[in-house]
Design a protein around this ligand. Sequence first.
Ligand code: ADP
Ligand code: MG
Length: 332
Amino acid sequence: METPPFLQAIAVSKLYPGERLAGVKKTSLTIQPGKITAIIGESGSGKSTLLRLLYGVLSLDEGEVQFKGERIWGPEEKLIPGHDAMKMVTQDTDGLNVFAKVWDNIAVLLPNTDVKAKEKNTEQVLNQLNMLRLAEKRVADLSGGEKQRVAIARALITRPEVLLLDEPFNQVDTSFREGLQQDIRQIVKETGLTVIMVSHDPAEVLSMADELLVLKEGEILEAGHPKKLYQNPEHLYTACLLTNCNILSNSEAMLCGITSVKEYIVIYPEWAAVTNSWTRKDWTVKQILFKGNYEDLLLEKNGVTLRVWNNRQEKYHTGDMVNLKIHKHIGY
Ligand code: ADP
Ligand code: MG
């Protein structure tokens, strides 16, 4: 017999009536075990709804979710909603006991029947999440990012097979966020944990996901490896989600030397470069935005503005006339 998919949604719908019918619409997907699947979409596209349907904490209007071939029960069919093999972490850390120590917040979820195992497992999870040094601190004394780590440790201590993350890094500083993302990647690699995360942050999904699903108005528009979706998005919506790209009409694109029958032409900031050529200096540097280790140049020519990356800082100045080479574009 063929083994059933690990986790699968089959034409699931959950619709909220309103001005426009919102929610999740007849969506099917398969989640690979031991991988990080990320779902990206604009705000209101149905990311949280889809995640909660997969978990079984939201009742379906239509369709079915299956875990290892078995239908997942909805919240009205189960005493404690949510599949037992899964845990979910969201932005809110309200579930933590702020007056208790980090260690106790995590250990409390394990039974007292085997105290040795309880100690060992708590220590292991704290270690995996690089927070052993926080063990004796009160949760109330932690930073937002540290609290988020405690919430994740609490989810992992009972060794779920699937960890669901609903934009849990939103409140976390950038520097903290990267460390936490790396630790989760490492845990996935070491333990075979399956992670499904939703986010609207391209940097996050591009660096973390093995598989990326793009959600638009409750439907999956496209899916694939983040690199593939980034380099060759099939839809304009995907390009706009994943990068701060330039979108030109085809007549504007003509000014850049691009002839196309497509309605819109997309040029990523790194697909164009200012060159040293002495000929055809027909773009004006309108504005320079300092970005730390690179600059964004806003260039203008006959009313068309293009955002272009430049890593040779301070080489150009506002008002300079420059030559521009565009080496890639996509039409939609
Ligand atoms: P996302 O997480 O992508 O921002 P959500 O899944 O939270 O989106 O919501 C998708 C859509 O469904 C939104 O338009 C939202 O307003 C609507 N929605 C979500 N939950 C409810 C609810 N309980 N009642 C009514 N509408 C809802
Ligand atoms: Mg959401």
